[in-house]
Design a protein around this ligand. Structure first.
Ligand SMILES: [Zn+2]
Length: 69
């Protein structure tokens, strides 16, 4: 008689779907590699957007001292 092993599932942080929480799921707590990549990508893009969103204080073409008469 085979005993049915209880499948433990958690909510995938990316898609909100059921994710298999077992050693065979290498992407846990995500349900798949894709969801894991999406989550990591979103996290990385947030980091990248921070410096680029801030405009530089000194624009090279806005300095009057570089203008010659
Ligand atoms: Zn997912």
């Amino acid at each position: 008689m085979t005993t049915a092993t209880p499948v433990r599932t958690v909510v995938c942080p990316t898609c909100g779907g059921p994710s298999l929480y077992a050693p065979e799921n290498r992407w846990r707590p995500f349900c798949s590699e894709r969801c894991r990549q999406i989550d990591l990508g979103a996290w990385a893009s947030e980091e990248f957007r921070m410096p680029t969103e801030a405009p530089p204080d000194d624009a090279p073409y806005g300095d009057p001292r570089t203008q010659e008469s």
